[in-house]
Design a protein around this ligand. Sequence first.
Ligand SMILES: C[S@@+](CC[C@H](N)C(=O)[O-])C[C@H]1O[C@@H](n2cnc3c(N)ncnc32)[C@H](O)[C@@H]1O
Length: 355
Amino acid sequence: MNGAIADRRKTTDLARQVGIDFGAALTVALAYIGDRLGIFRSMASGEPFTSQRLAERTGLNERYIREWASTMAAAGYLEYQAVDKTFRMNPEQSVVLTDQHSVFFSAGSFQYAVACYAQVSKLMNAFERGGGVPFADFGKDIVEGIERLFQAGYETWVAREWIPAVPQLHEQLLRGAAVVEVGCGAGQCIVPLAEAYPLSRFLGCDIDPSSIERATDKASRAGIEGRVRFALVAAEALPVNGFDLAMAFNCIHDMAHPKAALRGIRKALKPGGVMLWSEADASDRLEENIGVRGRTLYGASTMHCMTVSLASGGEGLGVVVGENRMREMALEAGFSDVARLSVKNPYHQILVLRP
Ligand SMILES: C[S@@+](CC[C@H](N)C(=O)[O-])C[C@H]1O[C@@H](n2cnc3c(N)ncnc32)[C@H](O)[C@@H]1O
């Protein structure tokens, strides 16, 4: 003991919390299996299944299905009916676990977490020796996990709320404007946005080849490949300029050189152009982020966002940037006008920057 007399109540509470977290960590890994092997999808209609029928429907081993479904029922991810030993998904569980067009859809978080778990030994090396774990090492689960975590939000908010909240911007995009998105990932924002503004032209940039490949494929499946181009290029080295709108959502913090990226984006804007920059809605101050949200953000940062930046010799900004720091960085990058976009959002804080 450290000399202080341990408070029994606090000790019990913390031990209970660790127990909850332990169960949550196991639930996440098993939910990943349910998502990846299509078990949740097989149950999305709400039909009740015995473990035997669910095994037949999915072509999976019954004993594993029974134990898995018991875990999911205990976690509240499925319902269980004792009288006929059936498992089913209620409509809310179906939305959260299977409806990829709902803002409540959360299965991408299982992919994100499992991709991070898989890199723990490399991360420990980085703790000991510095450097980081490169983005590519996290594999396709991280690209797809991020895409699935954020796409429904972008489909719901960007064209309907964020762009209309900037005076004239919606009208400009309706008439036809030039738009660039940096750190576009698998095209989760730019493709639905291009569908919303058929007269505008879009360029998506990212430095990850697998993301660009996935984004290109998404645009071609949407039949808009003529108006949306993708380039494997860093935000700090944008090859063209003259954009009316530049977007950087949830990605500047991942970059090796965030300020250089902001400078590059500013130079790519037309005079009178505008940049929308989003980061997680958190405070600049750790003491204001203590709690459930803070642990998710700092956890994701340590296990992924910060380490990928450090892996390429970067600054390792970390996912928690905060509005004050965002404003400072924007001004240092040469933007002359910085304002918070007046929309409410459960995840993002969005700044509007003008050169
Ligand atoms: C957390 S993901 C965000 C993807 C997407 N914007 C979203 O919000 O869903 C960050 C993305 O930034 C990309 N990235 C990292 N450094 C970059 C840079 N210097 N220039 C352009 N993209 C970069 C990564 O490859 C990754 O696709």
